[in-house]
Every structure is written in C-alpha cells, then in structure tokens.
Design a protein around this ligand. Structure first.
Ligand code: PLP
Length: 466
C-alpha cells in the first residue's frame, strides 16, 4: 500500500554521540516482549538455561557477558544472549547502569556493586593481595582512609600516603617493588583540594602502576579521569550519579588503557589478570583483552565476596544518570555562587573551593574543570567553610541552619552540612587531622538543587547566630 521506506533500525552503539545523548540512551536494550521503553527492573536471582549444553557453556566462560563485548557492537543483543548465570555476577538491569556509566566515563566496561566502599575494595583487591602495597594521596574521603588502615591492613595490604602530590621525590620514596596501584580522588572532600591527575598518571605510568581514581565528587559530567591518564575509575553512585540520596551503590570502570603485559615484564605482577586461574583456562588478559581487568573484578572478586547491587538500586542508578549533566550544571552554579558569597561574610574565616580566584589551586581548577562566565573553576558542589569561633562557632552555625540538612552524605538534591572533626574524621589522631586541615571550625557543605537565594538566606541566618 505505502511505499514509504522502512524505519531506520534502532541505535545500540552510542559511541560518538554527545554526553547528553549517551546519559539518556547508552546501555538500553530492546524489550522484545512488550516494547518497554524504560529498561525494567529484573528482579531474579537466577536465569534459565536452555539445555544441558547451554549450562556448560555459561559456566566454562565460552559465552561472554554482554558488557565485555560491548565495544564496536552495532546490533542489539537480547538479554538472553548475555548468558548470565546468577545475579551475584550480573543482572540485566545493572548492565544498563554499567554500560551507561562506562560510556559517560569513556571507559570500556564497568561493574556495579553495592556501595562506594565495595567499589574501592573490589577495585583494589583485583590488583593487590597479601604482602602487596598501595600508594595513595593523603587527602581522601575519611571512610576510605579508615578502610585502608583497618580492613586492608588486616588483609596484609599496606598503604603509604603522599602528602604533596606535586612532589615527584615523595612519590619515588613511597613506591616500592611490591606496590600494585596508585589511588587518588578527583575532588577530595571536605577541602576541595583538586588533584593534578595528569601529573600523578605520569608517575604511575613510569612505574607500570595502574592509577585508580575515585571520581565520586567530580562526576564524569565535570571531569573524565581516563582523559587525564587514569586506568580505573571508582564511584560511590550513592551520590551524584544516582542523585537523589535514596540508594547506596558503587561502581568500578575499566579504562581499558593499562598495559598489563608490559607491567608483568617490568616485574609488576597482576596474577588475577595475567595468569591462568585453573588448568585449561587462558588468563583473563588473553580472553578479554581491554576488558580483562573488569572481568577479574567481576568474576574473581565480586563473585567471590558478593557485594552485589540490587536490581532495584541498579534501576534507580540508570534513571539517575539520565539527568546527570543538567543536575551538575545547577549544583556547580549554586556552589560557586555560595562559595564566593561566603568568602565575603565577616563570620567566615576561609572557604575551601578550588575554583575561586583566591584559591591557590585556581589555575588547575580552571584547566581541568573548565570555568564559568566569571572565570571561576567548576570544581563540584562539595567544599569546606571555616567559621569564626572554632568548635563553638561551628555548633552555633550548624544549629542555625534550616534548609541545609544536618547529616552525613553529599551529592544529592538536598543541601547538607556536617562537622568533619566530630564525624567523618573523629577516629583520626589529632596530628593527622591537623595535617589534613580538619580544624574545629571547619564545616563541609554539599550544595543541592534548592534555589540558591534560599540557601544563601539560610546560611546568613545561621551566621547571625555566631
Ligand atoms: C561516599 C563516598 C564513598 C563511599 O561510598 P558509599 O556509597 O557510602 O559506600 C567513597 N568515596 C567518596 C569520595 C565518597 O564521597
């Protein structure tokens, strides 16, 4: 009847599309039963095997996970072609989130897990084992420092911290033959002291060490660590990626850009990636190439230990990421405005926001995070403010807030405040806190999506109580 041409086939490979397009579409797959437009919540612990031989091939690894053969794929795989075994290792809802995040970060594969702490633990346990060593920058999330100093110490994995990441000699002193990774963050909190990733990546490359970067506070909307030489990115998806503060989650992204074979030849051994785990099975590197590290994380760490992300949370995560760039624009715009305003208030001693022209890291902030119309660097929406009067000033200020929520947490729609010295950093020795700049009058703010005028009014009201 009609001679109109057939419709264009749907797109499933979103490489080459813009960030905003990929945050909406990357990772989606067709629902051949009902045409569901929104990827559904696949609440099933297990999956039917077609027959005996299908079960055999799923277990012997001859069928790959969808995520691992993502690169270059032009046709839609159906979920059944992904050949899952059990939801501890992977789930169709979580694949959407994993593929979307890998696309936004510019990596090849990602693995979703149950929390940011699970992501950091899994990422590093795929690289280091008993007797090994990791070097981290000193200014990192308090929970991560506790994880390294307590649980990793019990696993027999040692840490050394570099205090001045711009000092090559300090790195050279810290790195040992048994070092297996360098760990850092994009925008550390509470002090917003952004790292020079390119410089750290050069140190890592020189020593054949993978650089693992926590990009929770930066988010791929503001900075993509792989473009600066990182090899692995980890996230607490609890924060900006999911975006609404309702779901704890985490993820590991493999940049696919680390030369594991060259590291092995140089004496840095990564057995989970480069060596065979059992007779007759080739090493991950041979089987999965650029996705070998992520496969080791999924199969040899996450599957053993079990920090699985619930598909309900995977759903909230892939929904949240659809609006990431829009939310980050607003978060950053309000944060810069508030940081600049706070700096002018007589009750405020200092503001730690790298993007402000008064901050020593301003040039780096603008170079790596871009600038707003007034030349201020866009270093996220989590930063420190120090009020007059030490601990008593901090108490009066916190108690005077009405719109800001007094709570632990960062990076959702709500603005939040916490006093690091008596919370996130309360278990650290006084000398350590002093060195980290965690003073009695320091508060951490996470600027949310409320109207900036209301937030400024709220802060002014609280400062009036000092
Ligand atoms: C919150 C946070 C974590 C821990 O994530 P959870 O999801 O709470 O386990 C790790 N790193 C950074 C930078 C964080 O902000």
């Amino acid at each position: 009847m009609s001679s109109s041409p057939r419709p264009e086939p749907p797109v499933y490979d979103w490489d080459g599309f813009g960030f905003e397009t990929r945050q909406v579409h990357a990772g989606e797959y067709p629902d051949r039963n009902h045409g569901l437009r929104v990827p559904p919540i696949a609440l099933s612990a297990g999956y039917l095997f077609d027959d005996f031989d299908d079960q055999v091939s799923r277990f012997d690894g001859s069928i790959h996970w969808r995520a691992e053969d993502h690169a270059g794929r032009a046709t839609a795989p159906s979920p059944s072609e992904h050949a899952p075994i059990y939801s501890r290792q992977g789930n169709p809802t979580n694949w959407v989130a994993e593929e979307r995040l890998a696309s936004l970060e510019g990596g090849v594969v990602s693995v979703a897990v149950s929390s940011g702490q699970a992501a950091i633990t899994s990422a590093l346990l795929a690289l280091a084992q008993h007797g090994d060593h990791i070097v981290s920058t000193a200014s990192i999330y308090g929970g991560t420092r506790i994880l390294f100093g307590r649980s990793f110490a019990r696993f027999g994995i040692g840490f050394d911290y570099v205090w001045d990441a711009d000092d090559d000699a300090e790195w050279e002193r810290a790195i040992r033959p048994e070092t297996k990774a360098i760990f850092t963050e994009t925008v550390p909190n509470p002090c917003n002291d952004v790292t020079d990733l390119r410089r750290i990546a050069e140190v890592a490359a020189r020593h054949h060490l993978p650089l693992v970067v926590d990009n929770t506070v930066g988010t791929p909307a503001l900075i993509r660590p792989f473009e600066h030489g990182a090899n692995v990115v980890v996230h607490s998806t609890t924060k900006f990626l999911t975006g609404h503060g309702a779901a704890v989650g985490g993820a590991i992204v493999d940049g696919g850009n680390f030369d594991w074979a060259a590291a092995e030849r140089a004496g840095r051994s990564f057995p989970l990636i480069t060596q065979s785990s059992r007779a007759g099975v080739a090493p991950m590197l041979e089987r999965f190439g650029r996705g070998a590290y992520a496969r080791a994380v999924r199969e040899s760490v996450v599957n053993d230990i079990g920090p699985t992300l619930s598909p309900l949370h995977g759903f909230l995560l892939h929904q949240g990421m659809e609006t990431l760039s829009l939310r980050m624009e607003r978060h950053v715009e309000s944060a810069i405005r508030i940081a600049a305003w706070l700096e002018q208030q007589p009750e405020v001693e200092s503001v730690d926001y790298a993007g402000l022209p008064s901050n020593p890291l301003h040039a780096r902030a603008v170079r790596d995070y871009g600038a707003d119309a007034e030349g201020r660097g866009r270093t996220g929406s989590v930063f420190g403010v120090t009020v007059r009067g030490g601990i008593e000033g901090a108490r009066a200020f916190v108690n005077g807030l009405r719109v800001f929520s007094r709570m632990t947490g960062i990076g959702d729609t709500r603005s939040m405040v916490i006093h690091p010295l008596s919370s996130t950093h309360s278990t650290f020795a006084p000398e350590l806190n002093e060195r980290l700049g965690i003073t009695p009058g320091l508060l951490r703010l996470s600027v949310g999506l409320e109207s900036a005028e209301d937030l400024i009014r709220d802060l002014r009201h609280a400062l009036d109580r000092l």
